[in-house]
Design a protein around this ligand. Structure first.
Ligand code: HSE
Length: 406
């Protein structure tokens, strides 16, 4: 019998409790051992559930109970999650978490403690919700040198952008719907300003390249400045706007990481990732590009990944699973001048002259003209970003918006 304690009973924690308790037989069969949810730590009790007797509000009961082998952390945030998780690992308990903020900020340190104590610290649910991506990347792609990881990493913003694109829905109405469905963070600023996607790309980059990337090192931009008209212009030019997290390793070993609204060509697989779905593309030297796709948020999808980690921990109580990376450093993340195409939106009072300037700077590119608003939108040809920026500054002193393309 393996005893588990769950810390937190919000969207994910309640899903984990339901799955572990209601599907107990199936889970026991899968690991050839019974799993007993012994405690659920929450600020209040929840009456009327089949497991209402399990609620406690004192963390020390879990910490000091030597029968508890595995602790699940679904509280979110750093306080008190960090102290609780660290104490459990130091006590020799394995920990499973869905908390990307915790892993992105403190992953290297917690992994080291788990290694020293010969226990497991697993966090599959912290990236991509229910999509198996971290373990497959580390295990199934382990023969590869990975060069690039990129994708749609936040269900809430993808849901919002999708509603704006398909239903012409207002940003705030779409956000409210995502919150009602339990996709958004407690404070949805973390979703819409890109911080949640940033934490996830930090975790992916750390696993892919072996060194911690701290969220503060990542250039992060959310979707709050994206308007319905940007979406229309992008669509007319053959693109869909998505919030993309990207980590890329150059041949000199330097790593560049970003989160930003990005124009994805309509023919690219990522453009068809809709609603709360996420997709993570991994490029390795032997395998080429692999894409992992599935529900990136939501109660049972995320609980599915957490419970699989609990089962993995239960099967390996005395053996370590190797999901790890080393501490980062301040010079690790660089901004690299790469070849790219940029989307530019600006206003012009002299369309004819501006069109000539565009042709002379960028050659023959598709241009959308809106005579009513005086706006012009285009996607440049591919060039070094520094050179594109120089040209753009030379022609469009009053450019309204510049976005990257995939
Ligand atoms: N708020 C997150 C999202 C939840 O929308 O993707 C899953 O991490």
């Amino acid at each position: 019998m393996v005893n588990v304690a769950i810390m937190g009973h919000g969207t994910v924690g309640s899903g984990v409790a339901e799955l572990l308790i209601e599907k107990n037989e199936r889970i026991a069969k899968g690991i050839k051992s019974d799993i007993n949810v012994k405690y659920i730590l929450a600020l209040r009790t929840f009456d009327g559930l089949s497991y209402s007797d399990k609620f406690i509000n004192d963390f020390n009961i879990i910490l000091n109970d030597s029968e508890v082998d595995i602790v699940v952390e679904t509280m979110g945030g750093l306080k008190p999650a960090y102290d609780f998780v660290k104490s459990c690992l130091l006590k020799g308990k394995s920990v499973v978490t869905s908390n990307k903020e915790l892993v992105a900020a403190k992953g290297a340190e917690l992994i080291k403690i788990a290694e020293d104590k010969n226990v497991n610290f697993l966090f599959e649910a912290s990236v991509g919700g229910g999509i198996p991506v971290l373990r497959p990347m580390v295990q199934c792609l382990s023969a590869n040198e990975i060069f690039e990881v990129k994708g749609i990493l936040n269900g809430t913003t993808n849901y919002i952008l999708n509603k704006m694109i398909m239903d012409n829905m207002d940003f705030s109405v779409a956000l409210k719907l995502a919150q009602d469905k339990g996709y958004a963070e407690k404070d949805p600023t973390a979703d819409i300003e890109g911080h949640d996607a940033c934490r996830k790309i930090c975790i992916l980059a750390a696993l892919a390249f072996g060194k911690h990337v701290y969220p503060e090192q990542v250039k992060t931009e959310g979707i709050t400045n994206i308007t319905l008209s940007d979406i229309d212009y992008a669509s007319s030019l053959g693109y869909v706007i998505k919030l993309i997290g990207k980590a890329k390793k150059s041949s000199d070993g330097s790593v560049c990481v970003s989160v930003r609204p990005t124009l994805v060509p309509k023919e690219h697989l990522l453009s068809g990732v809709n609603g709360v779905f996420n997709a993570v593309s991994v490029t390795g030297d032997a395998v080429g590009e692999v894409i992992f796709y599935g529900q990136g948020a939501g109660k049972m999808a995320t609980a599915s990944a957490v419970v699989a980690d609990v089962m993995d921990c239960a099967k390996h109580l005395n053996a370590r699973k190797y999901l790890s990376w080393e501490e980062g450093d301040e010079n690790y993340i660089k901004s690299v001048d790469e070849k790219t195409k940029l989307f530019v939106l600006f206003t012009s009072s002299d369309f004819d002259k501006t069109l000539l300037d565009i042709t002379s700077a960028f050659g023959d590119v598709a241009v959308i003209k809106n005579k009513q608003s005086g706006e012009i939108a285009l996607v440049t040809n591919e060039e070094l970003e520094s050179s594109l920026n120089k040209k753009i500054a030379g022609i469009f002193a009053d450019s309204k918006k510049i976005l990257h393309t995939l």
